[in-house]
Design a protein around this ligand. Structure first.
Ligand code: ATP
Ligand code: MG
Length: 305
């Protein structure tokens, strides 16, 4: 098992002569929730498609848990802004659908029905467990058309995590929701993060590793433990977007007040470093995540006087 859930190594991408991504390097530890922000068109979705394995990058390599990605796999899940559920399946069947496709074959379903029935019941049990975890215990039998937008996004999140992926990509997952639902789903991510911390404390590998695109800087800093900014507003911007910001950010407990005033300075720094076209004079001044992490680790290991 690799130390990293995801490694992006020198990834660049071109569409013909148009350079979108330039030498993206990123390593994500299991259990991190990383927010990714950047101006519209800077290549966030392009990077996600490369991680997902549907559109390989022009250059560079991407590894999930140490294994190179050469096409879609169970190791990488994704949730899009607009829900991608099957309207003719209930919530629990939507969630178990991926397991069914991955773990049973058509001929087994037909010719080995008793075996398949056992397998199906096991998948449905798992689906109900995941729906519980995303706060939808009462909605297992509901069809997508009977659910709110927030509920459907929760089902989509359960659908992604039931496959036990190494990492889940969220591409503006809450963008189409109203404010109250958006807040509820942010709380859900904070709860996942607490579960990750418990797993780490108990020596287990955390289950929820997330890379999430959002346009809301407050949301990025509030739900993530690390914010990555991508942009072409840097010294070599003609070559494409790269990572110009990568720093840890404050951790909120789901019961903490949503007090965004705590990180006004970081939000301003992020806005300037990533979105301000006039502020071009750097490439990696704010790419300090690993230095800051080792500083905290050194502090944590320092002898107590
Ligand atoms: N298949 C394609 N062919 C040519 N150009 C493309 C293709 N897909 C994306 N692009 C271009 O690549 C750039 C990056 O697109 P991408 O969708 O990755 O941006 P984004 O950061 O996700 O933007 P947004 O925040 O608006 O979702 C854009 O200029 C887009 O027009
Ligand atoms: Mg996009």
């Amino acid at each position: 098992m690799s130390e990293y859930a995801l490694e992006i190594q020198n990834v660049s991408h071109y569409f013909g002569d148009f350079r979108v991504l330039d030498k993206i390097n990123l390593k994500i530890l299991p259990g991190q929730i990383v927010a990714i922000v950047g101006p519209s068109g800077c290549g966030k979705s392009t990077l996600f498609k490369a991680i997902l394995g549907t559109n390989p990058p022009s250059e560079g390599e991407i590894l999930a848990d140490g294994v190179p990605i050469h096409g879609p796999t169970r190791d990488v899940g994704i949730v899009y802004q607009h829900y991608s559920l099957y309207d003719f399946l209930t919530a629990e069947k939507n969630v178990s659908f991926g397991l069914k496709l991955d773990e049973t074959k058509l001929w087994e379903r037909v010719f080995m029905f008793p075996w398949y029935r056992k397998k199906r019941d096991e998948h449905l049990r798992k689906a109900r467990d995941f729906l519980d975890r995303v706060g939808l215990e009462g909605a297992c039998g509901k069809y997508p058309t009977e659910m709110s937008g927030g509920m459907r996004q929760r089902v989509a999140v359960a659908q992604a995590f039931i496959m036990k992926p190494k990492i889940v990509l969220l591409d503006e997952p809450f963008g189409a929701l109203d404010e109250a639902m958006r807040e509820e789903l942010q709380q859900m991510l904070l709860t996942f993060y607490q579960e990750n911390l418990i797993a780490k404390r108990e020596g287990r590998r955390p289950e929820y590793t997330i890379l999430m695109v959002t346009h809301e800087l407050n949301e990025a800093i509030y739900v993530a433990d690390r914010v990555v900014g991508m942009s072409r507003f840097h010294n070599d911007g003609h070559l494409g977007s790269t990572i110009v910001y990568d720093r840890p950010c404050p951790i909120f407990h789901p019961d903490d007040p949503r007090d965004f005033s705590k990180f006004v300075a970081q939000r301003e720094e992020l806005r300037r470093a990533v979105f301000d076209e006039a502020y071009l004079k750097h490439r990696d001044k704010y790419v300090t995540f690993w230095n800051e992490l080792s500083a905290t680790a050194a502090q944590a290991n320092a002898p107590i006087n």
